[in-house]
Design a protein around this ligand. Structure first.
Ligand SMILES: NC(=O)c1ccc[n+]([C@@H]2O[C@H](COP(=O)([O-])OP(=O)(O)OC[C@H]3O[C@@H](n4cnc5c(N)ncnc54)[C@H](O)[C@@H]3O)[C@@H](O)[C@H]2O)c1
Length: 236
């Protein structure tokens, strides 16, 4: 069984690839960061492809070159926190392009391969931000709402390919670690019902489950991996 993980050079994508490999998958990492992609692929001992998911031509030719694909993890994503009054239109266009259009392109060109698989499945990576109405996120939360809508639409449109999403809460990765330094990290952990911020593996295991045979009757679901934060916070 062969899976492709976008944004697999670090963070949640890397942890997902690691988990899938442990579960017997053959994994290809796709990322736009050449150096960390090479390092990640060599550490994990897997294939890799260097590309930006918004680059229509390279994404199309990459998927056309793959002999086989059973699972797609649309994980690559970016965020540029900005208030609407001071936001840069080009920054936020970029957020929508990577998070929404990039996911759409990878899915579109992966489809012929996934249709040839007996167990084709997609996991999209949303965010708890899609539900929490936090201020100052620019278009990030809106981009993830679009991902959740597309997850449900594709679960209907692309069946029997299963399409689900995970919505991570506060997870420490290379991309977010600055937010958790010192006291800020402790304050954030206290806001989570389970009393800790998440690790990449918390999300990776859920993605591995959604791609596994154990989830063969699960489709169209958005699973929050947030230590209970979406349900509320113990702090007032
Ligand atoms: N870490 C969190 O707390 C958290 C919470 C909710 C959702 N998420 C989502 O999880 C996903 C991964 O987050 P992370 O924390 O691991 O981020 P990260 O910044 O640590 O890693 C993201 C990876 O994606 C790659 N990438 C970004 N844009 C790309 C593009 N256009 N083409 C190819 N590769 C690209 C980067 O090079 C990087 O290797 C994102 O979609 C993010 O929105 C993360």
């Amino acid at each position: 069984m062969h899976a492709l993980v976008t944004g697999g050079a670090q963070g949640l994508g890397y942890a997902t690839a690691d988990s899938l490999i442990e579960n017997g998958w053959e994994v290809t990492l796709l990322d736009r960061n050449k150096d960390s992609l090479r390092n990640a692929a060599s550490t994990l001992g897997c294939n890799f492809f260097f590309a930006d998911i918004t680059d229509h031509n390279s994404i199309q030719s990459f998927f056309n070159s793959l002999p086989k694909l059973d699972a797609l993890v649309n994980n690559a994503g970016i965020w540029v926190p900005q208030h609407i009054e001071s936001m840069s239109v080009s920054d936020q266009t970029n957020v929508m392009n990577v998070n929404v259009l990039g996911t759409v392109l990878c899915t579109k060109y992966a489809l012929p391969l996934l249709r040839n698989s007996e167990q084709g499945a997609i996991v999209n990576v949303s965010s708890l931000a899609a539900q929490t109405n936090s201020p100052g996120l620019g278009l990030y939360a809106a981009s993830k709402s679009a991902i959740e809508t597309l997850t449900k639409q594709w679960a209907v449109e692309l069946a029997p390919i299963r399409v689900n999403a995970v919505a991570p809460g506060l997870i420490i990765t290379e991309g977010t670690s600055e937010n958790y330094r010192g006291e800020a990290g402790q304050l954030r952990a206290k806001a989570v019902p389970l009393g800790r911020v998440g690790q990449p593996n918390d999300v990776a295991e859920a993605i591995a489950f959604l791609l596994s045979e154990s989830a063969s009757y699960v489709s169209g679901q958005i699973i929050s991996i947030d230590g209970g934060l979406g349900a509320g916070s113990p702090q007032r």
